[in-house]
Design a protein around this ligand. Structure first.
Ligand code: PLP
Length: 442
């Protein structure tokens, strides 16, 4: 693909996807899938993989090939973790129902989860997806502030409901954002120079002024606190603090979308926002929360939630069911028992060092950055003034696949490798990844 001179944003779901124009010549299993899902089908790779099982950091395909999974942060404590499997099976065999009955496992889980959150966010609404959690968070923020404006980053993704699609610039294939949404540049050195905190805050203030020009007040600044789809920007720690103050000064709330960085991935803390020394007004979470069991949630202040609930009720048939609670509780126990946050920090640092060494010797690796086991690797074309090189990224991704490693891309141009293995990753597996990249580059 080519990136036009205006710097077209590449829709997130198009990155490293199977090209449906090739449907005619597709393998029978692929054609069957396209038949079933139609235009909504999104498959990884030019030659999609048929998977049959997975355990730990490894997935097994129908042809017997094993792949090291560096892509998927849902099975974050390891694919098919036996403790989660057991907890889900036991609870499913005993009782599964909705939150209109009192079931001890649900309250015990909520208390364990709240122990990880800022004390002020003492009400948690459980949902089935991160999209639902963000949708609810934005509605709560609108009610709490009386504002309607939403400020996001330029390549943000916050989910798939009608509302959150509107605040997800990276989901747009055409058209523009609605009036109430202002997107600000990614917090990168490239955009802001050395003082990212000051530059990002200035952008936020300009966005607030832009809303004001449109006759709107801000309801919220919502960010994925590790800026995954923007290309992974964790540093310097604390850069979000003045922006959080600025949105509050303007009457808006700060929503931390922890769907990607939450649950110990960044190593230094359990949540991505903690790296910045801020306490969000609302926290949303999902993906790794149930290690594959679909569950998500929103934590808010009781007064904010109460204000929202005076206008409309909120009930989610499957959200917070006892099986989800059992899965979530098992995830929290395993993170603790297996020391996965420490492993994310230590193995993440080891991997970052190995990848940085490659950047030192190969000009096509423009930058390596991240926190814990969430690392971004920028690929560029040195012959075009170090321009981001999405075509090269696709070649590298295919090279990884040929070497039995699964990986995806992120960022405005899809030229950043999104390195996001399970938190149980061993040093040997980290070496395997770094060796594969060295081999591909060679
Ligand atoms: C940062 C972020 N927020 C929200 C979502 C939406 O979560 P879900 O797909 O569970 O609805 C995603 C999904 O990729 C995400 O990356």
């Amino acid at each position: 693909m080519t990136v036009d001179s205006k710097g077209t944003v590449r829709p997130i779901l198009d990155m490293n996807a199977f090209d449906k124009a090739q449907a005619e010549t597709a393998a029978p299993a692929v054609a069957r899938r396209l038949d079933n899902l139609g235009a909504a089908s999104v498959l990884f790779y030019r030659e999609p993989i048929q998977m049959v099982s997975a355990a730990g950091a490894w997935m097994t395909a129908a042809d017997g090939r094993k792949y090291l999974d560096f892509y998927n942060n849902v099975p974050s404590i390891g694919h098919s973790h036996p403790e989660v499997v057991r907890a889900v099976a036991d609870q499913m065999a005993r009782l599964n129902t909705n939150t209109r009955y009192i079931v001890d496992v649900v309250d015990a889980y909520l208390e364990a989860l709240k122990a990880k959150l800022p004390a002020a966010l003492s009400n948690v609404v459980l949902t089935c997806s991160g999209s639902e959690a963000n949708d609810l968070a934005l509605r709560v923020a609108r009610k709490a502030t009386g504002g309607t404006g939403v400020i996001v980053t330029e390549n943000a993704y916050h989910g798939n409901t009608a509302f959150v699609t509107e605040v997800s610039p990276s989901a747009l294939k055409r058209g523009s954002l609605p009036d109430y949404v202002v997107a600000i540049p990614t917090p990168s050195q490239e955009n802001y120079g050395p003082d990212i905190a000051e530059g990002f805050t200035a952008s936020l203030r300009a966005a607030i002024a832009e809303l004001d020009k449109r006759g709107l007040r801000p309801a919220a600044l919502i960010v994925d606190s590790i800026f995954s789809s923007d290309g992974i920007f964790a540093d310097p720690p604390g850069f979000l603090r003045p922006a959080v103050q600025a949105i509050r000064d303007a009457g808006g709330l700060f929503i931390a979308d922890e769907v990607q960085p939450g649950f110990a991935r960044t190593g230094d803390a359990f949540w991505g926002f903690a790296r910045h020394g801020v306490e969000p007004d609302i926290v949303t979470m999902g993906k790794p929360m149930g290690n594959g069991f679909p569950m998500a949630g929103m934590a808010a202040r009781p007064d904010h939630l109460a204000a929202f609930c005076t206008d409309v009720g909120y009930f989610n048939t499957f959200g917070g069911n006892p099986v989800a609670a059992a899965a979530g509780a098992a995830v929290l126990r395993v993170i603790e028992a297996e020391g996965l946050q420490d492993n994310a920090r230590d193995t993440g640092r080891y991997l970052l060092d190995r990848l940085s060494a490659l950047a030192d010797t190969d000009p096509r690796v423009a930058a390596v950055r991240g926190a814990g086991l969430f690392i971004g690797v920028d690929l560029c074309d040195p012959s075009r003034d170090m321009a981001p090189d999405p075509d090269f990224a696709v070649q590298v991704i295919d090279g990884f696949k040929a070497r039995g490693v699964l990986i995806g891309a992120a960022g405005r141009f899809g030229a950043t490798l999104k390195v996001r293995p399970p938190l149980c990753l061993t040093r040997e597996e980290a070496d395997q990844f770094a060796d594969a990249l060295a081999d591909i580059l060679a």
